[in-house]
Ligand binder design. Sequence first.
Ligand code: CUA
Length: 331
Amino acid sequence: MRAPQKDRLLLLLGVLVLAGCGGKQDTLHPASKQEHAISELWWVMLTGAAIGFGVVVFLLLLGWLRRNRPNLPFGLGERAAAGVVVGMGVAVPIVVLSLLFVWSDVYVIKTTEPPRASSTSLTVEVIGHQWFWEIRYPDAGAVTANELHIPVHTRVNVVGTTADVIHSFWVPELNRKIDLIPGRKNRVLLDADRTGTFLGQCAEFCGLQHAHMAVLVFVQTKRAFRAWLANMARPARPPTTPEERQGLRVFLDAACSGCHQIRGTDAHGQVGPDLTHLATRTSLAAGAIPEEDLGRWIRDPQHFKPGNKMPSLPLPESDFRALDAYLESLK
Ligand code: CUA
C-alpha cells in the first residue's frame, strides 16, 4: 500500500471510530435508567476486551523477547515460561469471558424485559413506513409523525410495528432498539429521567432512504406534554384567510388528500404522514429537512428525498402558494 493511501485509510478508520462517540446520538450519555445499564455494560465489555488485548500483547512480547535473547526475560526456565503461557492464554480468558458472559446476561434480562401495560402510564404506537414514522396516542386519539413527545419521569410503553418492510426503532440515549416487523408487535420502555430532545434512527436497512429515517423524541415536563397532546388530539384548525381556504381546496382537489389525512377535513389518506398539526413539527420527511423548507419540499419532494412516495405535482405557482399558506396554518 502506498503511503498516501495508507494515510487516507487511517484517517477513514479514525473518522469511523470517532463517529461512534459524541454527537447527538450517544449511547454513552444515558437519559434513562435502562440506558444507564446499557452504557455500564458497554464500559464493562470494553474493560474485559482491554484486559484480553493486554494479555495477548504481553504474551507476544514475551515470545519475541525469548526468541531474540533466550536467557531473558526474568531468567524464566522452560517450565515457568510454559506456565505463564497456559496461565495467561487459557486461565485468564476463561475467567474474563465467563465474567462478561454472566454480567451481560444480567443486563440483557434487566433491559430487555418488555414493559407491561399495567406498569406503564402511557402507551404510544410507533409504525414504521418507507420512510417515515407514524406515531399514535390511542388513548387521546392523536396521530402525528416523525416527532415523538413523551413526559419526563413517566414509564411509556412504546408498541412498534410496520406498515411495509422491517424497520428498527432506536433512540440510543433512552433504551435498546426494537425491530418493527410485519404482523408483530414489539415493545420497548421509554422512561426518560431528564427533559430534552433526543435523536433516534431507523436501525434496520429498509430501502433507498433508510439513512433519512430519523425520529426526534421530545421529552417534556408533564404539563407541557399534556398541553401538546391536547392540541394534537384536536381536529385541524379551519382555514381563516381566503388564501388558506384556497389552499385547503387545492389540497382536497389535487392528489394530496389521497395520501394524507388532515383530521376535521375530507382528507382521509393513509399512505403518507398525518398533517393535522403539521406546522407544529420542527422537521419534515423523517428529519430529512427543516420545517421551514415546506414550500420547497411540496414543490419538488423527489429532489430532497429521491424514491419517496410523494410525487412532484404539476400545479400552478398560485396553488403552491395557497398550499403553503394553508399547511403553515396547521398549528
Ligand atoms: Cu426504516 Cu431503515
